[in-house]
Design a protein around this ligand. Structure first.
Ligand code: SF4
Length: 727
């Protein structure tokens, strides 16, 4: 108890004292740091430069890093409050081992010894593939690279994937099929240069807010937004295309049909740099404006107008995110986007790009460092030369490099259900909120003999189920690099010490390798993340994602740069790929792909009449593990909601703010606040996916893209009931 306060002699002057700060003017004295540490935002893939204010060893403020080329002195609400994530109450601080049903604190030595023994015993009993690993887009690139070696060479399993398969695997697969390699061809500045910007399934205003600056800097553009909802981004558009759910592929084929029919294509580019035109032309005959209008629900004039604008543009930019990727036809839809760019030559030039805007802060780093859907440096599992090159760099026998990828994320989950995977290591992700159809996942995780969850936070729904919890340092507590959506490599710096006994993921991987007695073989002489980065530079050398010219010293001197940057090149990096029309295919030509539209797998029926769409809100990040502990964000958006069109609500006798249940064939989400709005069209409902307490993934469908294995989060059939009526 504060006696002075009780006696009225303490007026909290220290608490509320203000002082002058050079960057912000008069402000709370508590918020003026001793020093600022430059780093990169740890939330989304925009990759904003940020500075952490440190006072007495604690992070007390965040501000934009003014010199960073991405955000130019601005941050979104998550970035501005990011320092709060470091000292939140739910941080994991000590290794915890389950004993007689309860998690008990143990030493690091015991934790890692038990982990090594249990994983090895499981592999001995059931084969190396009985161990699965699920990673994340949250680690630094150096950690992905270190982890990949540990999993594939140390443990000898390739059943390794990341939560990145839940968000951008379709973009990866699509790029590989069309261009022969992953790698977004464009840059953010293309949004400022293009005269036509077409965004498909991309609500930048909520999900990548700082990119809106780049859009707004372009005053001569026509902005077209294709989205079934009137999202905040659709509200910024010159033309909004409110297409039917999952009809984007039909729209893209319809646009391609018009471009070819009215000779709005770049025939010289097509002839010189692509294959498959004649076949595509024949295939697109079926996508007449009449049929596409029917499939999409758009008027033929609107489809024509969109096609003519894109076809006649000097530089056309197409950006997409999860609205495209979260689908059973996600990879094919990406191919259809790439088709448009190739047909018109809108690629490899200023303002012209088919551009996947990815999800997490370092999802791109996982794509490049590989080990999941490809080998490091965009090498292919099935390419003998690629395997031989890697083996030579690592000094290991070629037979240790897998000849095909292991199980993808959903297949790892299925393998836990089938008891083929018996031990699982989950790193920095929270699938018991984020995975579709939670029931299947719960079943699989409960089947395991041993579950290790390594995370910066505890408790989370996933750590609560673990046999072993390893506390990890998070953003602000460790060093490395992130790569953003435009291939820009940014330095991540440590500002404060990890909480409690938490260690960086890098240190955990090295310590585990020590227990497995493979540290010196896999990581010869390594002590710092820079050692990992320097090996990664050599591994990437000569590849599309060449980092060989990037060093920590260069990043410190010149700031963030785009790959490829070859050794000895000027430190500017490369704004665009494929400027010379040479693609990463054996003959150097990109592929025009015939991509047939198909309806989404679970159509509405009388018992389940609504199409449920899921997505995000600007205040929260993924499963809200971090942002629910940030007071300002939590106050702005404290609970989930369901958006419904007022006409549908009237038929159901529901009113705004009613408490409703959302029910699908798989489960029920109880007591969701109903919001009536014209943002969502009749027959559709929308719900954000951040909230563990009202988890939309209790009802979403575990249907997956056959190529990318990405889930179809965006559409499933549900009904909506007043809470408490039929529960
Ligand atoms: S836009 Fe993304 S990277 Fe930038 S501050 Fe916001 S969350 Fe961070």
């Amino acid at each position: 108890m504060n006696w002075k306060r009780t006696l009225g002699v303490d007026n909290l002057s220290e608490e509320y004292r203000f002082a002058w700060d050079e960057s912000t003017g008069f402000t709370s004295a508590k918020k003026i740091p001793d020093h600022w540490v430059p780093t990169t935002c740890g939330y989304c893939s925009v990759g904003c430069g940020i500075e952490i204010g440190v006072k007495d060893g604690h992070a007390i403020a965040s501000r934009p890093f003014a010199a960073h080329p991405v955000n130019r002195g601005k941050l979104c609400p998550k970035g501005l409050s990011e320092h709060y994530t470091l000292e939140s109450e739910n941080r994991a601080q000590y290794p915890l081992l389950r004993h007689r049903g309860k998690l008990k604190r143990v030493s690091w030595d015991e934790a890692l010894s038990v982990m090594a023994v249990r994983f090895r015993t499981t592999q001995k009993a059931y084969g190396p593939e009985a161990l699965g690993v699920l990673s994340t887009g949250q680690l630094v690139t150096e950690e992905f690279y270190t982890l990949g070696k540990l999993v594939q060479l140390g443990f000898g399993t390739n059943n390794y994937d990341g939560n990145t398969t839940l968000c951008m695997a379709s973009a990866v697969s699509g790029y590989k099929i069309s261009f022969g390699s992953d790698g977004p061809p464009g840059a953010y500045e293309d949004m400022e240069i293009a005269d036509v910007v077409l965004l498909i399934g991309a609500n930048l205003a909520d999900n990548h807010p700082i990119l809106c600056q780049h859009l707004e800097a372009n005053h001569h553009k026509t902005l077209i937004v294709a989205d079934p909802r009137v999202s905040k981004t659709a509200m910024m558009a010159d033309i909004h295309l409110p297409l039917k759910p999952r009809s984007d592929l039909a729209l893209l084929n319809g646009i391609a049909h018009i471009l070819i029919r009215y000779n709005l294509i770049d025939r010289e580019y097509v002839e010189k740099h692509t294959v498959g035109f004649a076949e595509l032309e024949r295939f697109l005959d079926a996508y007449t404006p009449e049929r596409v209008a029917e499939l999409t629900g758009l008027r033929q004039e609107t489809i024509f107008k969109t096609a003519l604008l894109y076809g006649r543009a000097k530089a056309g930019f197409i950006g997409w995110t999860m609205g495209v990727n979260h689908s059973t036809i996600g990879a094919a839809t990406v191919n259809a986007i790439c088709n448009l760019a190739l047909l018109t030559g809108h690629i490899g030039r200023a303002g012209a790009s088919p551009f996947s805007i990815t999800g997490q802060c370092n999802a791109m780093g996982t794509r490049e460092a590989g080990f999941a859907s490809s080998l490091p440096g965009y090498r292919k599992f099935d390419n003998a030369q690629d395997r031989a090159d890697l083996a030579a760099i690592w000094g290991v026998d070629e037979s240790r490099i897998p000849v095909k990828r292991g199980l993808a994320y959903p297949d790892i989950v299925e393998a836990t259900v089938a008891k083929k995977i018996r031990a699982l290591w989950i790193i920095a992700t929270n699938p018991l909120v984020s995975y579709p159809n939670q029931d299947v996942l719960r079943h699989g995780l409960c089947n395991l003999d041993f579950l290790v969850v390594q995370d910066g936070y505890h408790p989370t729904p996933t750590t609560e189920l673990a046999d072993l919890v390893l506390p990890a340092a998070i953003w602000g507590e460790k060093e490395g690099t992130y790569t953003n959506s435009e291939r820009r490599v940014s330095k991540v710096n440590q500002a404060v010490a990890p909480r409690g006994e938490a260690r960086s993921d890098f240190d955990i991987f090295l310590a585990l390798a020590e227990k497995l007695r493979c540290r010196e073989e896999l990581y010869p002489g390594w002590t710092t993340v820079e050692d990992a980065f320097n090996e990664w530079r050599r591994v990437s050398q000569g590849r599309l994602c060449d980092y060989s010219g990037i060093s920590y010293a260069l990043l410190a001197e010149h700031g963030a740069v785009q790959w490829p940057l070859t050794e000895g090149a000027t430190p500017k990096g490369t704004s665009r790929l494929y400027a010379d029309g040479q693609f990463q295919t054996p003959d150097g030509r990109a592929k025009l792909v015939c991509t047939d539209w198909a309806p989404f797998p679970e159509q509405p029926t009388a018992p389940y009449p609504f199409v449920l769409n899921t997505g995000r809100t600007v205040e929260h990040w993924h499963t809200r593990t971090k942002t629910r502990e940030v007071p300002i964000l939590e106050r702005l958006s404290p609970r989930a909601w369901l958006e419904m069109n007022p006409r549908d609500a009237k038929k159901l006798g529901l009113r705004s703010h009613d408490s409703v249940d959302v029910v699908s064939r798989r489960g029920r989400v109880r007591e969701v606040e109903l919001r009536l709005t014209e943002i969502t069209a009749p027959g559709q409902v929308f719900m954000p996916f951040h909230f563990a307490e009202t988890n939309v993934n209790e009802v979403t469908q575990d249907a997956f893209d056959p190529i990318s294995r990405e889930p179809n989060y965006k559409q499933c059939a549900v009904r909506v009931e007043r809470s408490g009526v039929n529960a």
